[in-house]
Ligand binder design. Structure first.
Ligand code: ATP
Ligand code: MG
Length: 414
C-alpha cells in the first residue's frame, strides 16, 4: 500500500494548468491518472519543473481517443505527446517491471543480455512505481485532493537529498545503462548524494553504455549539459571513469572543456541561449588539431581542415553527433585559424559571419587556456566595438605597407 501524503510543500500555482487539464480529461474518461516523475520531485524541492509527465491506466490508443490530435511516439517505450498550446505533456501508460527470464519470450517486452530493448507491458500503478528508476522519481501527485502517493519511500530520500535506484542497482543498470547517466545528471542538477549501492554499481557497469544506441546517448548527454550544473556532472563523469567511454579526452583538453562547461552553466543561470555544440567543439578540439597537424603536409590547408573535422566528428561512435551540431562545430573550428590570421581582407566578412560570435567565444576560451595570445582575443573584442572606418584604420595599423600605399594614393589623387 502506498503512503498518502497530504502535508507536503507543493506550490499548487506552479503546476502547469495544461498538465492538470490532461489529468482531468483522462479521469473523466474513467482512467486512473496522476502527475508523476521529475515534475513532482522538482515541485516538492521548490524547483520549477522542466516539463510535466502524466501516468495513466489508459493505453496509448485510449489516450488518443481522449486527445485525438495527440501523437504516439517511441518504439522501445511508447508514449503519447499531448500538445496544449505551447506545452507538450508526456503521457505514459502504467507499466510493469520487467521479469528478465520471461522477457525474451514476450513480444512486447524484450530483453537481450539483461538489456531491455522494448518495454511496453502495461500494469497497474504500484507496478508502475517499481519499474521507475529512482525512488524520488516514483512519486505520484493527485491534483484532485492535493496528495502525494509514495510506494517506494521516495519522500524519505527526497528529504535526505538522496538518489537511490529502486531494486537491485546492478540489475537496473544492466536493464538500461542510460540510468547511469541519469544518476549523474540528477545528482548534479539537484545536488543530491548518490546512495552507496546505487553509486558502487556505476563504474563496473560503465562499459555497458557501448550497447546504447548512439543517438539516445547524445540525447542524454545533451540533457546533462543543459542542467545548469554541467561542470558538476562532468566531475562526476570523471569520477566514475565514464568520460573515457563517452568522449576520450587528452589531459590538455580538460581545462578548455571545464571553461566551456562553466560558461554554459553561467549562460543558463542568466537564461541566455546555449548550444551543446559549443561544449562538443571544446571536447573534440584537441583531436581535431592533432588530425590537422598529422595531415598538414598533404593538400591545401582548407581541405585538410575539412577532412580532419569530418573525421573527428564521424569517429564519435559511442555518442553520435547530430548533423546540425556537426556544422556548428566545424564552422567554429575553421574560423579559429581565420581569426588568428587577421587577414585584412577577411575581417569584414568574418565579423559578418553567422558563427562569428561562437567562434569569438571559443577564441576567448583558448586565450584563457594560454593557447593563443591574449592580445589576439583583445583585438577581436575591440574590432566589434568599432565602426567600419575605424575598423579600416585599425586594420591598416596592422599592415604598414597598406597604410603607406593608401597615403600615396591619397596624395596622387589630390
Ligand atoms: P527531467 O527533470 O529531466 O524531466 P525526469 O525525471 O522527469 O527529469 P524524464 O526523462 O522526463 O525525466 O522521465 C520521466 C520519469 O520517467 C522519470 O522521473 C522516471 O520516473 C521515469 N523514467 C525515465 N527514464 C527512465 C528509465 N531509463 N528507467 C526507468 N524509469 C525512467
Ligand atoms: Mg520529465
Amino acid at each position: 500500500m502506498p503512503r498518502r501524503i497530504a502535508s507536503h510543500k507543493i506550490p499548487v500555482d506552479r503546476i502547469s494548468r495544461s498538465a492538470i487539464r490532461v489529468v482531468e480529461s483522462l479521469r473523466k474518461a474513467n482512467y486512473e491518472t496522476y502527475l508523476v516523475g521529475g515534475c513532482v520531485r522538482d515541485l516538492l524541492l521548490g524547483l520549477v519543473p522542466k516539463d510535466f509527465d502524466v501516468a495513466t491506466s489508459a493505453t496509448p490508443e485510449e489516450v488518443r481517443k481522449v486527445f485525438p490530435r495527440a501523437r504516439l511516439i517511441g518504439r522501445r517505450f511508447r508514449i503519447v505527446h499531448v500538445r496544449m498550446g505551447r506545452e507538450i505533456i508526456e503521457v505514459s501508460t502504467f507499466r510493469k517491471q520487467i521479469d528478465r527470464d520471461a522477457a525474451s519470450s514476450h513480444g512486447e517486452q524484450e530483453a537481450r543480455d539483461g538489456l531491455i530493448v522494448r518495454d511496453n507491458v502495461y500494469g497497474n500503478i504500484d507496478e508502475d512505481a517499481f519499474r521507475r528508476d529512482f525512488t524520488v522519481n516514483a512519486l505520484y501527485y493527485d491534483p484532485a485532493n492535493n496528495t502525494v502517493l509514495d510506494f517506494v519511500k521516495g519522500m524519505q530520500d527526497l528529504d535526505s537529498r538522496t538518489l537511490r535506484l529502486i531494486g537491485n542497482p546492478k540489475v537496473r543498470y544492466q536493464e538500461d545503462p542510460v540510468r547511469i547517466l541519469r544518476a549523474i545528471r540528477l545528482a548534479a542538477k539537484l545536488d543530491f548524494s548518490i546512495e552507496k549501492n546505487t553509486e558502487r554499481a556505476i563504474s563496473p557497469r560503465g562499459e555497458s553504455l557501448y550497447a546504447v544506441p548512439p543517438p539516445r546517448l547524445f540525447d542524454e548527454f545533451n540533457k546533462l549539459l543543459m542542467t545548469g550544473a554541467a561542470e558538476r556532472a562532468f566531475e562526476l563523469l570523471q569520477k566514475f571513469n565514464l568520460l573515457e567511454i563517452l568522449f576520450p579526452l587528452s589531459s590538455e583538453s580538460t581545462e578548455l572543456v571545464i571553461t566551456a562547461l562553466q560558461s554554459t552553466d553561467q549562460r543558463i543561470a542568466l537564461e541566455k541561449p546555449v548550444t551543446p555544440a559549443f561544449v562538443l567543439a571544446a571536447l573534440l578540439w584537441h583531436q581535431y588539431k592533432s588530425q590537422c597537424n598529422a595531415s598538414s603536409t598533404v593538400g591545401n590547408s582548407q581541405e585538410t581542415q575539412f577532412e580532419a573535422a569530418r573525421n573527428v566528428i564521424q569517429q564519435q561512435r559511442t555518442v553520435s553527433i547530430p548533423k546540425r551540431h556537426a556544422f556548428f562545430i566545424r564552422d567554429v573550428w575553421h574560423l579559429q585559424l581565420r581569426l588568428e590570421r587577421r587577414n585584412p581582407r577577411s575581417i569584414g566578412p568574418l565579423l559578418e559571419h553567422r558563427r562569428f560570435r561562437a567562434a569569438y567565444d571559443f577564441l576567448l576560451l583558448r586565450a584563457g587556456n594560454a593557447e593563443v595570445e591574449p592580445e589576439l582575443a583583445q583585438w577581436w573584442t575591440e574590432m566589434q566595438t568599432l565602426n567600419s572606418t575605424e575598423q579600416q584604420d585599425r586594420i591598416s595599423g596592422l599592415s604598414p605597407q597598406r597604410k603607406k600605399r593608401r597615403r600615396r594614393s591619397k596624395r596622387d589623387n589630390a
